[in-house]
Design a binder for this molecule. Structure first.
Ligand SMILES: [Fe+2]
Length: 388
């Protein structure tokens, strides 16, 4: 039962010191670096953004600031990818790390800022609250409206030893400065816009319906649901709709605030193996499972799912259950309008793989325990089969 009237558990949040939101706010990044008197900046980004970053790099160089650029991260990173990257930069005198990209790029930038000059190994810090400090300035600039990594204390890597996605979760991974520039998302292809937007929506939805939901986080979760539901289709139809792109980016950031103190639940737990075993995009994996896990959870928390439905724009039905199921129908419609695969089979997953996928999902206990209704192995198999 979700806590609604009882005494709430304590939560602790760390926010970025500064969040800059606005069209062309990337232009303010150089001011931040110059004001901080940093002399060696490491930028983690992707190749396609380099042209857009030229003015920034030029501005920094003109002030005598050395800029190192690394574009090695091209997919969801593993422990090995991170260690390789860390070894390539560890001898550089970096005093500020800037991540400009999607969730994988930002996660890696966050971890680099923590691990350059840290005597703790990656293994030492994997888990919750194990990282002891971060000495290097960290600036994050998301270029997708999805992961919320720009404000979250989480970084996710695939462990090469067992192919599991593992979290490094620490308040020291929250960046110092976040720049939300909607212009950077204008050229994002519709399928990536859809998948990342649905990921952000799932962060908010899983936080609001979480077994450990908290009223302070509910505020971010509900507003995030509203902003994403109202703007996702608009930006898929018109990628350069400035107003909608800005609202979507803010919704995604609100989803990021949900990730620290409450976090996600069954959808993310069951979607992780689809990413680690089949390299399905994270947002798409979530979207494939979201309606089915909502249906599974509704009997346990009809009031919460009814509020989700109203926030999505549904009218209240006769009962919370009716309203909640109308919310599932609206989510299905939203996913359909996103024009992405809507079943596991359409996403290329083989049916005979389901038992292995379900067994793998059972290992994601840190998220499964957040789900309002317990999910066991046979539940998971049923959910994957329904989503097939
Ligand atoms: Fe996610």
């Amino acid at each position: 039962m979700i806590q609604t009237d009882n005494v709430y558990r304590d939560i602790s949040l760390r926010f970025p010191s500064q969040i800059i939101i606005g069209k062309n706010s990337l232009n303010k990044l150089a001011d931040e670096v110059i004001a901080g008197e940093y002399s060696n900046v490491l930028i983690i980004t992707i190749n396609v953004l380099l042209t857009k970053l030229n003015p920034l790099i030029q501005q920094l160089n003109e002030r005598g600031i050395t800029v190192h650029i690394n574009t090695a991260i091209v997919q969801e990173p593993s422990f090995f990818d991170f260690e390789t990257l860390l070894n390539s930069v560890i001898n550089k005198p970096v005093d500020a790390v800037v991540g400009i990209g999607g969730g994988s790029v930002l996660d890696i930038a966050k971890l680099l800022a923590a691990q350059i000059n840290n005597d703790q190994s990656l293994k030492d810090i994997t888990g919750i609250g194990l990282l002891k400090k971060r000495n290097i300035k960290l600036i994050c600039v998301p270029t997708t409206a999805g992961t919320g990594s720009e404000v979250s204390p989480n970084a996710i890597l695939i462990d090469d030893a067992d192919n599991q996605k593992k979290g490094i979760i620490s308040p020291y991974l929250v960046p110092d400065v976040v720049i939300i520039d909607p212009v950077l998302t204008y050229n994002l292809p519709p399928d990536i816009t859809a998948a990342t937007g649905l990921d952000a929506l799932t962060h908010c939805l899983e936080a609001y319906t979480n077994l450990f939901a908290h009223p302070f986080i509910d505020m971010y979760a509900l507003e995030g649901i509203r902003l994403i539901a109202n703007n996702l289709i608009k930006v898929i139809r018109n990628g350069s709709d400035e107003n909608a792109r800005t609202q979507l980016a803010i919704g995604s950031m609100l989803g990021g605030f949900c990730l620290g103190p409450v976090n996600t639940a069954g959808v993310h737990a069951l979607s992780y193996p689809l990413g680690s075993m089949f390299h399905l995009a994270h947002g798409l994996s979530n979207a494939l499972l979201l309606p089915y896990i909502m249906e599974f959870n509704i009997p346990t928390a009809p009031d919460r799912y009814a509020q989700v439905a109203r926030t999505l724009g549904c009218n209240s039905g006769k009962t919370d259950m009716d309203t909640a199921y109308a919310g599932v129908a609206m989510i299905r419609e939203l996913i359909e309008q996103c024009n992405i695969p809507s079943t596991l089979s359409a996403a290329g997953i083989k049916k005979e793989a389901i038992p292995a996928i379900a067994a793998d999902a059972m290992k994601i206990t840190r998220l499964l325990r957040n789900n309002p209704r317990p999910i066991n192995l046979s539940d998971a198999i049923n959910i994957y089969e329904a989503a097939y």
